[in-house]
Design a protein around this ligand. Structure first.
Ligand code: AMP
Length: 455
């Protein structure tokens, strides 16, 4: 027995997907494809181009941009490497490659989000030399070691967009928000609610944060452990606490809108006006702060129906200064990330998840002549865009029709030696059992017409 082969008496281990990750299977994956296709289409109409960034990057990139004190960076990243661990693995022969090939000093992390990577790419490829602003969107998996629950996974998917460079004109904020809302509208997402806030800039935010900290210290004893800790680390985050016992206290805290500087006040008012001009309905929510450090001024969050406590499907905001923080030129920026898993869940919960299932045509063939004709028919039908099931071995008609039913086929194309000899093919509509004969070109025409009628 070769090494590694399973011993006879041992039951082979049954592997399961790692906690917080999952397989997406058909037919659900058709819905994922429809959602992604709609994103490609809608974002292109707003002049956005797709960017694909790596799944892992330097840990430092995320720490610097998202913030070392945030939950995402301090607790939730999947991080590998760094010299000590790498050298040990190499010594023990647990990894391929040499130390120098693996850049052993550099810790790398699976991306917990993609804004930092997009900014890194903007700098690396000198995208500031293109006409500004540069409008990019992305989609793909992100990784956070959170406690898994409905709508919260360790590998989850985001669809996001970023506008980098140019000005911070409020119309840009409004157009980005209009784009997400248009996308949700196209998908018929139900119960969509847009919350909007401004959290100020480098000038006014620190002053507000200090005021908030002072007020929170006065009521510290009445707050929970998390909020008590956040008075020191990030007082703004106390505002999005969901703890029932803290709600009354939070309601009495000073509102950020009353402490914005003149420029931020003007910017916020203009963003709201621009949204109104676009017919985008929003609700102001002074407690909306967002969890990542790089946000400033406009922040927004969109919730949808059917998601329980994890009901945020999109979060976004302005992050002027982030590119600069990462060693690039002074650059304005705004973007959002949609949680695709939650978006799909909400569509499913509200019955807006219909996707075409089953085959268009099942070819029930019998006989050697019919086999050759069936292969040709399958090729022609597929070329015309129909989905076709061609059984690999000959089946009795009864069995073939039973299979066609199970697969949810709309039609069975019956090809026996008679049909082939006559040049007249029988098409059975499975929903009502009706049958009709067609010549080959007429059949294609008939199917095309029926498809056009049903779409
Ligand atoms: P964030 O990048 O934290 O601003 O999150 C943006 C959106 O991504 C959220 O509104 C969620 O819809 C989604 N999201 C964030 N974390 C997770 C997760 N662990 N599982 C599923 N979706 C998530």
């Amino acid at each position: 027995m070769s090494e590694g082969a399973v011993k006879k008496e041992e039951k082979p281990r049954k592997f399961q997907a790692i906690r917080g990750t999952r397989d997406l299977l058909p037919p659900e994956t058709s819905l994922w494809n429809r959602v992604e296709q709609t994103a490609h289409e809608v974002f292109a109409t707003f002049g956005f181009g797709e960017i694909r960034v790596p799944i892992f990057e330097s840990t430092d990139l995320f720490a610097r941009s998202i913030g070392a004190e945030t939950d995402v960076v301090s607790k939730e990243m999947y991080t590998f490497g760094g010299s000590a661990e790498f050298s040990e693995r190499v010594r023990e022969g647990r990894m391929e490659g040499t130390l120098s090939e693996m850049q052993p000093e550099e810790k790398i992390s699976l991306r917990p989000e993609a804004t930092a990577s997009v900014c890194r790419a903007y700098i690396e490829h000198n995208l500031n030399q293109l006409p500004q602003p540069v409008k990019l969107y992305y989609m793909g998996p992100m990784f956070r070691r959170e406690r898994p629950q409905k709508g919260r996974y360790r590998q989850f998917y985001q669809i996001g967009a970023e506008v980098l460079g140019g000005s911070d004109a409020p119309a840009i904020d409004a157009e980005v928000i209009e784009m997400v809302m248009t996308f949700f509208d196209r998908l018929e997402l139900q119960g969509v609610q847009l919350d909007l806030n401004s959290i100020g800039c480098r000038e006014c935010r620190p002053k507000y944060v200090e005021l908030l900290r002072a007020e929170l210290l006065k009521v510290k004893d009445r707050l929970g452990a998390d909020s008590q800790r956040r008075i020191e680390t990030n007082p703004l985050r106390v505002l999005d606490s969901k703890l029932e016992s803290e709600q009354g206290i939070i309601a009495t805290l000073p509102h950020v809108a009353d402490h914005l500087c003149e420029d931020c006040t003007k910017h916020y008012a203009a963003v709201k006006h621009q949204l109104e001009m676009r017919g985008v309905i929003y609700r102001e929510n002074w407690r909306l702060v967002r969890g990542l450090d790089y946000y400033m001024r406009t922040t927004f969050e969109i919730t949808a129906q059917g998601l329980g406590s994890q009901n945020a499907v999109c979060g976004g905001g302005r992050y002027d200064g982030l590119v600069e923080l990462l060693g690039g030129p002074a650059t304005k920026g705004i973007g959002f990330a949609i949680g695709e898993d939650r978006l799909i869940l909400s569509l499913q919960e509200s019955g807006k998840a219909a996707v075409q299932q089953g085959r268009d045509v099942y070819i029930a063939w019998m006989g050697e002549h019919a086999r050759a004709t069936a292969i040709r028919a399958a090729k022609d039908l597929r070329r015309a865009g129909f989905s076709v099931e061609l059984p690999p071995v000959e089946l009795k008609f009864g069995k073939a029709l039973g299979q066609a039913d199970k697969l949810g086929a709309k039609y069975a194309l019956i090809l026996g030696d008679n049909e082939v000899a006559e040049g007249l093919w029988t098409l059975k509509t499975l929903a009502d059992g009706s049958q009709a004969k067609f010549t080959e070109p007429d059949l294609l025409e008939h199917l095309r017409k029926q498809k056009a009628l049903s779409s």
